[in-house]
Write a protein that binds this ligand. Structure first.
Ligand SMILES: Nc1nc2c(c(=O)[nH]1)N[C@H]1C(S)=C(S)[C@@H](COP(=O)(O)O)O[C@H]1N2
Ligand SMILES: [Mo]
Length: 260
């Protein structure tokens, strides 16, 4: 349920109109999800407490709620709690494609030439080839991917435990963020606790086959504890950092923590 009905709260009609306007301006799918996830009654009273004659203060209040939401989600995150897994019979076929562009623009990355670059708080920064990643221990999972645009699907991904990888390259595990840059210029970042979660996978396969281009060849980060937009495809560079890296959708208002 969206609580964002100006009529439901006691504010002057003019203020309500401005509020509705602000909501319309930020009603891209991303923002919509952010509102639905963050606007509890408490959030609404916080909103009505701000000057509704000033659209900037409304947006600031929303941003404030979102930051609070990130902190609360981070505190509530249980690093040992596993997301549900499913039998192979429940895999969604065909598995949906999604990106900030259409299927006709799916990136074709050359697996031979591809190198995974590492930067920031990492001891071993030598770029990785696909062959070297494939030589690390592999695990797989059948989990549910949830997109804020309103669909979810069950898929099977295989690859390298990201926690194992981070330890292997001597990443500073006390760093706050891990950032990702992708071949299609998408970018996102996650908290270290989620990076080290046992189900966080550098996925190299989908449904036991090399990851197809549509699902992020040659490598994507698969996290069943996070919403779809936090799962970067076509990863080219990873950075371990204490400087907030943001993200493609996050910078447009999606909640940064993005837990599912
Ligand atoms: N590189 C890249 N990764 C991305 C995106 C994107 O546009 N580019 N979109 C995200 C979103 S919003 C979703 S729902 C999933 C879709 O993954 P799928 O195509 O495997 O279903 O990828 C996420 N990761
Ligand atoms: Mo998504």
């Amino acid at each position: 349920m969206t609580l964002f009905t100006p009529r439901a709260i006691a504010i002057p009609a003019e203020g309500a109109a401005m509020l509705a306007d602000a909501v319309k301006r930020i009603a891209q799918p991303s923002r919509r999800a952010f509102l639905q996830r963050s606007l509890t009654l408490g959030g609404l009273s916080l909103l009505t407490g701000c000057s509704t004659s000033d659209q900037d203060s409304i947006e600031q209040a929303l941003a404030g709620i979102s930051r609070l939401n990130d902190r609360v989600q981070g505190l509530l995150f249980d690093p040992a709690r596993l997301a549900p897994t499913y039998p192979a019979s429940m895999i969604t076929r065909p598995f949906p494609f999604n990106a900030f562009y259409g299927e006709e623009q799916i990136r074709e990355v050359d697996g031979e030439a591809w190198r995974l670059e590492l930067s920031g708080m990492v001891a071993e920064r030598k770029p990785w080839t696909l062959a070297r990643l494939r030589a690390l221990p592999q695990q797989d999972q059948i989990t549910r991917h949830i997109c804020v645009e309103g669909w979810s699907a069950i898929g099977k991904w295989g690859g390298v435990s990201f926690g194992h990888f981070l330890r292997h390259v001597g990443a500073d595990l006390s760093a706050k963020y891990v950032g990702f840059h992708c071949a299609d210029d998408y970018f996102t970042s996650i908290d270290m606790a989620t990076a080290l979660h046992p189900q966080t996978l550098m996925a190299l396969t989908y449904d036991d086959q090399p990851l197809p281009p549509r699902y992020g060849f040659p490598m994507k980060l698969r996290m069943p504890t996070k919403l779809g937009y936090k799962n970067p495809k076509h990863i080219q560079a990873i950075s371990v950092t204490n400087t907030y890296p943001g993200g493609y959708w996050e910078n447009q208002g999606y909640n940064w923590f993005g837990g599912s």
